[in-house]
Design a binder for this molecule. Sequence first.
Ligand SMILES: Cc1ncc(COP(=O)(O)O)c(C=O)c1O
Length: 391
Amino acid sequence: MVSRATRLDKIPPYLFGEIAAKKAKAVAEGRDLIDFGIGDPDQPTPQPIVEALYRAACEPDTHRYDESPAGDPKFLGPVCSWFEREFGVAIDQKTEAMQLIGSKEGLAHLAWAYIDPGDISLVPDPAYTVYRVNTQMAGGDVAIMPLLEERGFLPDLTAIPSETARKAKLLWLNYPNNPTGAVATLDFYRETVEFCKQYDLLLINDAAYSMVAFDGHRPPSVLQVEGGKDVAIELHSFSKMFNMTGWRVAMAFGNPDAVATLNKLKSNLDSKQFAAVARAAAYAVEHVDNKASLDLIRMRRDILVDGLNGLGWNVTKPKATFYVWVRIPTGEGSMAFAGRLLEEAGVLVIPGVGYGQYGEGYIRMSLTVMGDRAGERVTEAVQRLSEMQIA
Ligand SMILES: Cc1ncc(COP(=O)(O)O)c(C=O)c1O
């Protein structure tokens, strides 16, 4: 057989394999698992969006290639207006916005568009693995920015050696954050924009969870910072905003040069998604809110966090995202602890080390619990954990 490209060897081993195998075994044995694993909304896409898809699919021009340069104007117009409504920042639809086939695609391709062998990405740890893996597959190196609890899981930019910062090309951020549930402040974004200007870095802010926020919290955008567009591109997604992970639709806003660079790569790779999907998404930002799903997530969050704190676990309530980032209350490693929760309580969680070395000592519990209607499965999970011998 022909050998594969060596870049594929850069993909690290699948750390969740062990947990996945345990899960498969437990399911095969007919055990009743409560699944806090993958961060994929359990609720369906709101019906009006599904109906908008049908209407858009009946428009014959959606059946052909979308040959627009950076996205269907019937998508870009509404999402640029949405961004201005939400964040108070006007976006030039022609030069500062682009349609994506999900934000994962855009993030991965930004690495491919910018990283040559030997180039450096500054990547948070713990983090969504896409920033790191694509930098490495493109031949680049990763310099880690630890996200520590005592700093609210914001990186300490002053700890980055200036030689590393000078050599680096990309600085990746993700707020609201997966896996820690942390949110950024505008002051932190200001500091980061300054840093990126000083060292001539492109700031890529993954804002996939920008609309998953609770208790009146409004996550800021890095583009609200004066001069933000000089250095930053920010990605937003319909996946988590409207329970649309399977639809594959997202967008990038910001620095025109970064938008054009990403577009140059993508126009040689893909021909966008089915235009009806993009038009249904446009309908969503203009006519639909996903408050009912957010209310359910918030209810689960309160049951889980209050319940775990009642057991003495000391867990912080996230202001945004689906994720509760739990410091392991025993001295166990995250793989061992997650394995034990699964075996002894039938509660599936993700070991923090899967997101990087600074994720060790934590587990991530996603509030997208399949089969939970009104918090009853989350309540049951807390009950099961209370019956475990934890210490
Ligand atoms: C931090 C983060 N960014 C991006 C994505 C990808 O989302 P999308 O469905 O828009 O590709 C995810 C998905 O889980 C994520 O957790």
